[in-house]
Design a protein around this ligand. Structure first.
Ligand SMILES: *Cc1c(COP(=O)(O)O)cnc(C)c1O
Length: 364
């Protein structure tokens, strides 16, 4: 049975009339840039994430760059993050001129390891950039505690973690700022590139509004050097429609995950642990396996999509060879990366499809 890794088309079919009406309304109004849907989306996203400010922008990578810049991170500063992430996390740090310092990860949750954060601190450390990877919140109680002790900024990479929670509080509301991505395959996905920054700090919010719109508050008056990192009104209109369904889609992901837990019982693969303090939103459903190559080829031959997030940790990417990190650093990261596999997960996945996935896994 064919099981795609993600299925964006079936979701579109389920909301097609709403989406088309929203798009037509933008076209009829003609407010293509910074139009009314952008403002309304910002208000609605702030409400759902329980934050004071949302600044809609071009994509998650730009959101990270602006969040770092608005928090005053730049040349000479060190930012502690993980190497087990999508490359944007680290690109953002080097784009603002700062140096990434990699902490290792917890072997069960694959999230940033707290002892390793402490071991990575130096007198140049300016910020911690935790990644709520796969949709699971990091231990924000401890991270905020370390930041407070050492007077550090915290920028959350929440690009995979819409509506995820730590101890009942939404991610994106803990740090000085947070970045979300609305890349089409994310839990809340636009039909093109889009992202946003959330913050409770009005000064950070003001600064990001300047940065994303050519450094201008009023036209032709450029207070700082900015860029064009705005969100299209069309994407905002689409996101407003989808935002209404997000909670239900998140619940569907969690239901599908519980089903995987049952179906995989007794199987040779180990499911990445869900911390009881975290509400995991399962952007990705990741298992660890001893015989990954065999499983992947069995899945492939059964028509089941599977991917690896991510096959090479960032410190071993060619573009970061200049950091000069030895092969034998970040031992947990290195070990985990050789064993991980992401199985298909999306709100519309059926029990029947999940059974095919699991039978292929168990067949290898
Ligand atoms: C998707 C993603 C980003 C970047 O978002 P884009 O919208 O693709 O620029 C950053 N960090 C993580 C962890 C992501 O998954």
């Amino acid at each position: 049975m064919n099981v795609p890794f993600v299925d964006l088309k079936s979701q579109y079919q389920s909301i097609k009339p709403e989406i088309q009406a929203a798009i037509n309304a933008v076209l009829d109004r003609g407010d293509y840039i910074l139009g009314q849907d952008v403002k309304l989306f910002e208000e609605e996203f702030s409400a759902i994430c329980e934050v004071k400010h949302t600044i809609a922008c071009s994509n998650g990578t730009d959101a990270l760059v602006m969040a770092l810049q608005a928090c005053g991170i730049g040349s000479g500063d060190e930012v502690i993050t993980v190497a087990n992430t999508w490359v944007s996390t680290v690109f953002a740090i080097t784009t603002v001129g700062a140096k990434p310092v990699f902490a290792d990860i917890d072997p069960d949750t694959h999230l940033i390891d707290l002892d390793s954060i402490r071991a990575s601190l130096s007198n140049k450390t300016k910020a911690i950039l935790p990644v709520h990877l796969y949709g699971q919140a990091c231990d924000m109680t401890s991270i905020m505690q370390i930041a407070k002790e050492k007077n550090l900024k915290v920028i959350e990479d929440a690009c995979q973690a819409h509506l995820s929670e730590w101890k009942g509080q939404k991610v994106g509301s803990f740090g000085d700022a947070a970045a979300f991505s609305f890349y089409p395959g994310k839990n809340l996905g636009a039909y093109g590139d889009a992202g946003c920054v959330t913050t409770n700090d009005p000064q950070v919010a003001d600064r990001i509004r300047l940065l994303q719109n050519m450094g201008q508050k009023t036209k032709h008056h450029h207070e700082c050097i900015g860029l064009n990192m705005r969100m299209d009104t069309l994407q905002a209109a689409i996101l407003r429609v989808k935002l209404k369904h997000l909670e239900q889609w998140t619940n569907a992901r969690r239901t599908a995950t519980s089903r995987y837990h049952e179906l995989l019982e007794g199987s040779s693969v180990k499911i990445v642990r869900e911390n009881p303090n975290a509400k995991h939103v399962y952007h990705l459903f990741v298992v660890e396996c001893d015989n990954r190559d065999e499983i992947v080829s069995e899945l492939q031959s059964q028509g089941v999509g599977a991917q690896i997030h991510y096959p090479t940790p960032i410190h071993l990417q060619p573009c970061y060879q200049s950091l000069g990190l030895p092969e034998e650093s970040l031992l947990v990261t290195k070990k985990v990366v050789s064993r991980i596999l992401s199985l298909p997960i999306y709100p519309e996945i059926t029990e029947h499809q999940q059974k095919s996935v699991v039978s292929a896994v168990n067949n290898s």
